[in-house]
Design a protein around this ligand. Structure first.
Ligand code: MN
Length: 399
């Protein structure tokens, strides 16, 4: 529901929030968990411009798990309260500069599930390994996913150690095919009781907000280990998460119709209305010899085959309990064009078409010292652009 908090004419008394192109204008108000340097206690804040408003007076706790138990009505009420506190004309409050803060993971994440919701990604990867039959027969019917590890979920900025593993051919050692995957994450809440599936019409109410996820992948380890049970050590060494959760309420102006399905889906996945969101994700890369990062790709979340609501309905359709603070990731966000490919496996077509960096250096996969930065934003005529912030990590030496 679009309400007064989305009004494009709203301005904040925090001047940095009114700058054009700012990630965190007053229409956004993402929530995150921060700690001022030298402090041991974490607090919940809302990002506004280049600052953070401590939302402790309205939202208790040291992470967003409590927020995620709230109903969608309560979440909307809280958004209105924070929005009016930050509007021009409201009394000024103490703010904390973001540059003085360390950001932490938004929630204590109990379970992490990674989907495979881009048909473009599935087709591209499938055609590399099965040129005659790129898409497996289940793809248009089942939102495919696997269960990931929570112990290796890290907040943006955490260095990523190159994993070692079985590479096939009797070899064990550091991966030679380290890759990123640009994904959208969704934090869940309030969730369901074990044995009680969430109907598709209610599914979206169980999404508290979204973030950026980099599902780092070791392709040589993955290729050798994935059959028949799916990814394991090729993924569980690290997954980076951006610190600011953009609430589902903030995304309301960017709602669009989902991509057309190529064949009818089963009734429990049938959605009415516009279940997709127009979110652009970009991948930027900076090698250790480059001064500035350069943009490798740009993908559009609205082109995903499955919506967030369909992922929730499917995930809980067997009665599996989804809990506040669980993280669901979309899978690599890729599109039909080469510039939309959200991982190096696709971008370099399995390491056969090198990516040429601005300084002429070629890349098939990631080198030590490379920094990968994901960014995301939403834009629509008549509304104020909002950003998801960024999710970065530098590749370090092998463990
Ligand atoms: Mn993934």
């Amino acid at each position: 529901m679009i309400d007064e908090t989305h009004d494009p004419d709203l301005r904040s008394w925090v001047e940095s929030a009114n700058a054009p192109g700012c990630n965190f204008p007053i229409q956004n108000l993402p929530l995150g968990v921060f700690r001022t340097r030298g402090d041991t206690e974490s607090r919940i804040g809302a990002a506004i411009g280049e600052a953070i408003l401590d939302v402790g007076p309205w939202l208790e706790g040291h992470n967003l798990n409590g927020y995620m138990t709230l109903s969608s009505v309560q979440r909307r009420d809280l958004r209105r309260v924070i929005s009016s506190a930050l509007q021009r004309g409201s009394s000024r409050q103490d703010l904390i500069p973001q540059s003085d803060c360390e950001m932490l993971l938004p929630a204590a994440i109990g379970d992490y599930t990674d989907f495979y919701a881009s048909i473009h990604h599935a087709r591209n990867v499938g055609s590399m390994f099965r040129p005659d039959n790129p898409l497996l027969p289940n793809y248009r019917h089942v939102p495919v996913a696997y269960h990931g590890r929570c112990s290796s979920l890290v907040v943006s900025g955490t260095p990523i150690r190159r994993p070692s593993g079985q590479l096939g051919g009797g070899r064990f050692g550091p991966t030679q095919e380290l890759d990123y995957e640009a994904e959208l994450g969704a934090f869940l809440g309030p969730g369901n009781k074990l044995g009680e599936p969430i109907p598709i019409a209610e599914a979206e109410r169980h999404i508290a907000g979204v973030c950026l996820v980099n599902d780092w992948s070791a392709r040589d380890i993955q290729r050798w280990e994935y059959q028949p049970l799916g990814p394991f050590l090729a993924k569980s060494f690290a997954t980076s998460v951006s610190p600011w959760m953009v609430t589902i309420e903030a995304l309301e102006p960017f709602r669009v119709s989902a991509a057309e399905h190529e064949s009818p889906v089963l009734p429990y996945l049938r959605e009415s209305g516009s279940g997709a969101f127009d979110i652009t994700l970009e991948v930027w890369l900076r090698s250790s010899s480059m001064e500035k990062p350069f943009r490798v790709s740009r993908g559009h979340f609205k082109e995903m085959y499955w919506t967030l609501a369909q992922m929730v309905a499917h995930h809980s359709s067997n009665g599996c309990a989804l809990r506040p603070g669980d993280l669901m990731a979309s899978g690599t966000v890729s599109g039909p064009a080469k510039e939309n490919r959200g991982c190096l496996l696709e971008m370099t077509w399995k390491g056969t078409e090198p990516l040429v960096l601005p300084d002429g250096v070629r890349r098939m996969f990631l080198n030590d010292g490379d920094e990968v930065i994901l960014t995301g934003y939403c834009e629509r005529e008549g509304f104020v652009r909002i950003g998801l912030g960024s999710c970065g990590g530098v590749i370090g030496a092998a463990c």
